[in-house]
Design a protein around this ligand. Structure first.
Ligand code: F6R
Ligand code: ZN
Length: 188
């Protein structure tokens, strides 16, 4: 039987001492995400071991929900900020919530029908991600961006669509500020 439990989450670092799932995503594995491949190669030559983000999760298998943190490190490749891969959920009826604890960012969302939205990520803001909206988070600040996510255990990740085509909008730095632009490589 599952029993209730208090799970401490460090909102500054994303650490969850009782987490039972972890992974680290090295920037080296994210080459295809960035438009400026020359800038990517220059960055990797100087920072071969750079980490883009870390994910920690607390999951009990027979439960319907699980939660965890994503800790995104700051950085830029060309004019694009460090970002997550981005995904749809395999189950098209499963949404998610992202509750930002520290740092600054942008959550880029899009539907298969072509709608796009951006939600600010800042401490105290909980982003509602409706079912069947692809979501990618972007660290637009100079410090780690830490958010807590809550999701159904059976939601699943569909990375293929976003890995193949990218997202419709890119988060870039222009005149020292974050903004978004249409992705010129997206097959509209
Ligand atoms: C789970 C979820 C987050 C992300 C994490 C890394 O549904 O949205 O836990 O998985 O922020 O992002 P991706 O998975 O896009 O690399
Ligand atoms: Zn998700």
């Amino acid at each position: 039987m599952l029993t209730p439990e208090a799970i401490f989450i460090d909102g500054r670092t994303g650490d969850i001492p009782k987490a039972n799932e972890h992974y680290t995503k090295p920037v080296a594995e994210l080459r295809g995400l960035y438009r400026d491949t020359a800038a990517f190669d220059t960055y990797m030559a100087a920072n071969p071991d750079a980490v883009g983000y870390e994910v920690a999760g607390y999951r009990q298998d027979s439960s319907d929900i699980f939660f965890g943190t994503t800790t995104m490190y700051p950085g830029k490749i060309g004019e694009e900020y460090f970002m997550t891969r981005g995904h749809y959920h395999v189950r098209r009826d499963c949404g998610e919530a992202y509750y930002t604890q520290s740092g600054r960012g942008l959550l880029l969302l899009q539907t298969r029908e072509g709608e796009t939205r951006e939600v600010e990520m800042a401490p105290g803001i909980c982003a509602f991600i409706p079912p069947d909206w692809a979501h990618r988070s972007v660290n637009t600040g100079h410090a780690p961006l830490v958010f807590v996510w809550f999701c159904q255990t059976t939601a699943g990740h569909n990375y293929g669509d976003i890995l193949t085509h990218g997202m419709r909008r890119l988060a870039v730095e222009r005149d020292g500020h974050p903004t978004t632009i249409p992705n010129p490589a997206f097959p509209f």
